[in-house]
Design a protein around this ligand. Structure first.
Ligand SMILES: [Zn+2]
Length: 174
C-alpha cells in the first residue's frame, strides 16, 4: 500500500467506527493465523502439513490439479527438495496424489483431508468468530470493501448545501 492509500485508509478509519472494528478484527485474525502456523509447524508432521496445504489450494482453486514442482513445494513448506519428494512419494503410495510433469493431481480428496492436520478448519472458525457478521461466501474482503465504501460515503457529502441531492439519491434507492 502506498503512502497516499495508507493515509486515506487512516482517515477513513478515524471517521468510521465500523471500519475500525473490521480492521481490528482482521488484525486479530491475522495474529491467530500466525500463532496457528507456528503451532502447526511445531506439532504436526510434514506429511500432515503437506496434505493440509494441498487441500487448501485445491479447495480454493476448485480444480484437482496443482501446477507445482517438488522444489516449489519444498520452498512453500520450508523443507529440502529431497524431503518434499519423499513426502510426495508417500502420499502417492497411499493413493492420495499422482504426479505428472510439474503437476500434482489429487486422487482422493476426502482421504487427503483425513491425512491433513485440521489447522485450516480451526482458522476458518477463527475467521468466522473474529470477523463479526462475516459470512463464509463474502469473506473479509467484502466486509472491508463495504465498510470502506460506507466511510467514503460519509466523508463525501453531496455538493448541494440544502441536501436535495442526498434525499433524491435515497429516494431512488427504494
Ligand atoms: Zn497443523
Amino acid at each position: 500500500m502506498n503512502r497516499l492509500a495508507s493515509m486515506k485508509l487512516g482517515n477513513a478509519q478515524r471517521r468510521s467506527p465500523e471500519l475500525q472494528l473490521v480492521l481490528s478484527n482482521y488484525s486479530q485474525y491475522l495474529l491467530a493465523h500466525i500463532a496457528q502456523s507456528v503451532a502447526c509447524n511445531a506439532a504436526h508432521s510434514i506429511k500432515q502439513r503437506t496434505a493440509k496445504w494441498v487441500v487448501e489450494i485445491i479447495e480454493q482453486s476448485g480444480t484437482e490439479k496443482l501446477a507445482i514442482t517438488h522444489e516449489q513445494l519444498a520452498a512453500v513448506l520450508g523443507i529440502g527438495r529431497s524431503y518434499a519428494s519423499r513426502v510426495i512419494q508417500g502420499l502417492k503410495a497411499d493413493g492420495l496424489l499422482s504426479t505428472a510433469r510439474s503437476e500434482l493431481r489429487v486422487q482422493n480428496l476426502q482421504a487427503l483431508k483425513l491425512k491433513s492436520c485440521h489447522c485450516n478448519d480451526w482458522l476458518q472458525k477463527a475467521l468466522r468468530r473474529d470477523i463479526s457478521g462475516c459470512d463464509a461466501e463474502g469473506g473479509v474482503g467484502v466486509q472491508l470493501k463495504d465498510a470502506a465504501a460506507e466511510a467514503a460515503a460519509q466523508s463525501s457529502p453531496p455538493v448541494d448545501k440544502d441536501g436535495t441531492e442526498r434525499r433524491a439519491l435515497r429516494a431512488d434507492q427504494h
